[in-house]
Design a protein around this ligand. Sequence first.
Ligand code: SF4
Length: 363
Amino acid sequence: MENAENRTRALRRKLRLWYQKNHRELPWRQTKDAYKIWVSEVMLQQTTVQAVIPYYKNWVRLFPDVKTLSCAPLQKILKAWQGLGYYQRAKNLHKSAQIMADKFAGQIPQDYNKLIRLPGFGTYITAAVLSVAFDKPYPVIDANVRRVLMRLTRMRREASPKNDKTLLEFLKPYFPQKKTGLFNQAMMELGALVCKVKNPLCLICPLPEFCEAFKAGKQEIIPTPKKRTYQKIEVVVGIIQENGKYLVQKRPSKGLLADLWEFPGGKRKAEETLEEALRREIREELAADIATEKLLTQVRHSYTQFRVTLSAYECRLKNKPRYKKVQHKWVTLKALRHLPFPSGSAKIVHFLEERDKSEGKNK
Ligand code: SF4
């Protein structure tokens, strides 16, 4: 019994000392403001720390607290999120902020059962916010912690939330009742900086004596690598310009990339050329015929499950469009910059800006 207690104390102490000496100074670590911690945790899901930093800084400048966010227009929120992907996360931040403003006086509830019911608060975000902001006793398991725990326990499977119940059981005796935010952050940081996916740095790890994978020399093959398959998709869009304005349309408010703007167009079918696909899509969306003039640019963008090649053709409308199916508008290049686009389309907007600059236009 005493041995088990000593072991628990030793793991906590080694982890804490390592974290205090080695953790990164990140903007969201310089605050105990639960709102900012919440925003950072949502952004960090599926996104790297380096990519998040500028978004986080911009976000807390635009929306410094729950109340400001709750009142902000959705389009401004989506624009601030543009490029981070998984736009539902931004919408959930907005919806939850509105509920907090309405029902919790603009504060983040400290009660687990109330918090987890809000949009976007799964078990991870709820535990992260409550422990980091309020030191409540909830352990977190993100991808980094999952990998560390799988190696500590030598669990030879693919990394998956399905393993978390077993891992939480293992973690239970080690998890402290005080300074839980520090413990959780230390575990996450250890996974990010030392117990990396490839080439874990076991020689500088504070926990090798607790690590069954390391003792067995199996740390490189735990977790079992995932077999990834990506679907390749070809999308073609029309850049239609009249009187110095571009035609853009809004995506439906449900489904992938909901409520973002895009250029008219769509997916190429197997039997079509890109230009044929574009003519069909524009006919379907705008009930209009077009002449494709030239291929302007091709950009590539990767999403979790698929890889998209986006081809943009300069086009001319042959007849007046009817906008039955889609919400559309004609906007100047300057105004295009302020609309929220999916990352692939944003690259096309960037191309148009650069083209204008090289042609000496100043719109
Ligand atoms: S000893 Fe190696 S594999 Fe084990 S937790 Fe530390 S870094 Fe990860």
